[in-house]
Write a protein that binds this ligand. Structure first.
Ligand code: PLP
Length: 462
């Protein structure tokens, strides 16, 4: 039976020869149409082999057109984040401010003076566009920028401690995600990792006892994606700085998140502000540009002038230098902080939203969803929950948020979640306790229509 169906399945060439498909291939890129037909035929073959008794062996024009649009569009594209996790590493961490994107548009398609000093009329440095402002907003003597925080650590290891020891507490040897571990990055930079203390308790005596001729750096790594509670003890930056001064060493602090200023609900979270870490005696601090700072992917380095100068001059710096787009976007984001306009930065704004704002957005979303879906099949409720800030930041903080919970008699939670994910602008939601959860903390007001539209398509789809 299935053999007979398989034999009747048209070939890609046969479908392509149909006049209306020919016409489509003249209108759209031919490559995309051929790919669409190939996928349409292939999906039928797969379903027949799985034992389905298919009726429609010939792919229709609508399906081919839809598949052609899919085959043609870029793999990387915009999504709606309905998870409530503000700094979502899988969803691009920090969305940028609208005014930053506008600024980017003003020079990205043109030449720009990235390494040209307009005043002097000769070669300039790309870093001059950014390091002054970066040092100013942090309150540092000097600053430098690389591609990301991992690159910043690699450079610190290579330039400040090659073949010498970097001392790190066993309670701070962290894995940052996708299997990457800070201690491995330090070792790849050429330093020797010297672990001290125990997982839960490390004292200044532990550092003191291991300092020797080959010691170069005392490092402290912020526990940005987990926390410890109970019988714990750790060494503060001032204690480390005191020891470092006596022993002629440097103190490096990996802050992870790059906090300049925190939104009100998080001011008491204990997340280290970069300027404070330096005031407390660290020689150099590193952070990410696209975590709580809310800017582009970048590695921020700030600290004492002589130390930053050593980093800046190291050959590795050339291999991890940021592009002009990054430098422009980071500068623009920092200027928003400097000018008291931080609430234009999406991450800052989303973290500042109070429960009232979120509740009213959840209600608005639920009203519109109810109006769009057949009431007898769907349950749509509004409720409050606690959500995490996300990717490598504030592991302990839970923020009150408001959500819309969906359930359907016709579709399983998995089918709803998948349907949303497959929509034109994919909506990323999560499933909990047999409901699909839409957390409005990360859904902007102008995205509500997209969520409603996607659900509507889901219930009307054949
Ligand atoms: C996130 C994080 C990193 C890595 O930063 P990237 O900018 O993603 O390279 C390093 N250290 C800590 C403590 C972090 O939280």
């Amino acid at each position: 039976m299935n053999q007979a169906l398989l034999r009747r399945l048209p070939s890609v060439d046969e479908v392509m020869r149909r006049p209306e498909v020919e016409a489509l291939a003249d209108r759209l890129p031919r490559r995309a149409v051929v790919e669409a037909v190939r996928r349409a035929v292939e999906s039928r073959r797969t379903r027949i082999l799985a034992g389905e008794q298919l009726g429609d062996l010939e792919p229709g024009l609508e399906e081919i057109e839809r598949r052609a649009a899919e085959a043609h569009r870029p793999s990387l594209r915009r999504v709606v984040n309905a998870t409530g996790v503000v700094i979502h590493t899988n969803l691009g961490r920090a969305p940028l401010a609208g005014s930053s994107i506008e600024y980017l548009g003003s020079f990205a398609g043109r030449y720009a003076n990235i390494e040209y000093d307009l005043e002097a009329g000769h070669r300039g440095s790309r870093y001059d566009h950014i390091t002054g402002l970066l040092a100013e907003v942090i309150g540092a003597e000097a600053a430098h920028v690389v591609n990301n925080n991992a690159a910043a650590l690699l450079l610190c290891s290579a330039a400040l401690a090659r073949d010498r020891e970097i001392v790190v507490s066993r309670g701070e040897l962290i894995e940052i995600g996708d299997g990457f571990r800070i201690p491995d990055v330090i070792v790849q930079g050429g330093a020797i990792l010297r672990e001290v203390g125990t997982t839960n308790r490390t004292r200044i005596d532990d550092y003191e006892a291991c300092v020797g001729d080959s010691t170069a750096v005392l490092a402290k790594i912020h526990r940005s994606n987990f926390y410890m509670e109970g019988f714990t003890e750790e060494v503060s930056v001032p204690e480390l700085a005191d020891l470092a001064r006596r022993a002629g060493l440097l103190v490096l602090y990996d802050a992870g998140s790059g906090v300049l200023d925190l939104p009100e609900p998080l001011r008491t979270s204990g997340e280290p502000a970069l300027g404070r870490v330096l005031k407390e005696g660290a020689d150099v601090v590193t952070a990410s540009g696209d975590k709580i700072l809310g800017g582009p992917q970048a590695g921020i380095i700030a600290g004492r002038r002589e130390v930053v100068e050593v980093l800046r001059r190291h050959p590795m710096t050339r291999a991890i230098r940021p592009c002009k787009l990054t430098i422009g976007l980071l500068h623009h984001t920092l200027a928003l902080y400097r000018d008291g306009r931080a609430d234009e930065i999406p991450v800052f704004r989303m973290l500042s939203q109070g429960p009232e704002t979120l509740r009213s957005r959840a209600r608005k979303l639920s009203r519109r969803v109810r109006a769009a879906l057949p009431g007898e099949d769907w349950s749509v409720e509004v409720g409050s929950e606690l959500s995490a800030v996300g990717g490598g930041t504030l592991p302990r903080e839970r923020l009150e948020t408001w959500v819309v919970r969906l359930r359907s008699k016709a579709l399983s939670p998995g089918e709803i979640e998948e349907g949303l994910r497959f929509s034109d602008v994919p909506i990323i939601a999560r499933i909990a306790r047999d409901h699909v959860i839409l957390d409005v903390r990360t859904v902007q007001d102008d995205e509500i229509g997209l969520v409603v539209g996607a659900l509507k398509t889901l219930v009307t789809a054949p």
